[in-house]
Write a protein that binds this ligand. Sequence first.
Ligand code: ZN
Length: 202
Amino acid sequence: MKGYPGPIQQVVDNFRKLPGIGAKSAERLAFSLLKRRREDAVKLSDAIREMAVNIGYCEQCRNYTEGNRCNICSDTGRDKQLFCVVEQPEDVLAIERAGEYNGLYFILHGSISPLDGLGPEELGLEKLERLIEQLEVREIIIATNPNVAGEATAIYIARRLKGKPVRVSRIALGIPAGGNIGYADEVTMLRALEGRTRIILE
Ligand SMILES: [Zn+2]
């Protein structure tokens, strides 16, 4: 679609690159920024820049953080021998909201997907194995999503860790099959964690 001044078109084009934003939504967002106080649009743009420049990955769990290590990994009150493996940073928030989990996390930033070029290396599995040794981790709870890719990833990790002195468990199916951990409510998440079962491979 043409006809906007260049600067508007640029904002529309950039919004359209975001997930879930179509042409109409992109236009609506751009115009709503123009209709509000202009300082708010500048603030938003500053906040996005700040985030893009200053947020990196935690050296231990691979979650987003400002420093080298995230708040959770730096928290001395947490159980360092219990790890929960999740696909995305937002899954950490869902589990934290449930309020009961006191271990650490490991973020894969995806699930095993050869077609997308996501293999064990991209998911950081060697790093996870090193952590398990270094911290003498006693249990790994795999909380990948209950869909085909998430289940395949869970089994793959369990296979890799087989024979190591660490218990590998999978969260219970309180999360609907095909669902997403990041959207689970507190009660469902709590039940899924409490009802976790050990993965036993032949
Ligand atoms: Zn961390």
